[in-house]
Design a protein. Structure first.
Length: 83
């Protein structure tokens, strides 16, 4: 469900990313975003476990976690990771 919410928000607020040339980059960002949210203390407290991630996303996840810790705001995050 988180993927659907992410994509819905992204395409509504950043419509240029509907262009297929961004598909792979956006997919990577969406996967990393899921991990940032699903491994947050609030999420883990409810669901009792952390999520696994694709090893290739490790650096992006770390970057996004740092940004998310600065300010838990989706626009703040997206403006720093979108191409």
């Amino acid at each position: 469900m988180l993927h659907f919410v992410f994509y819905d928000y992204l395409y509504k607020h950043y419509p240029k990313y509907k262009n297929h040339k961004y598909d792979f980059k956006i997919w990577n960002i969406s996967e990393a975003f899921n991990i940032v949210i699903q491994n947050s203390p609030e999420w883990v407290k409810i669901f009792k476990e952390k999520c696994k991630f694709y090893p290739g996303h490790k650096r992006l996840i770390k970057k996004m976690q740092k940004i998310w810790q600065e300010k838990q705001n989706i626009d703040y995050l997206l403006k720093r990771v979108l191409p």
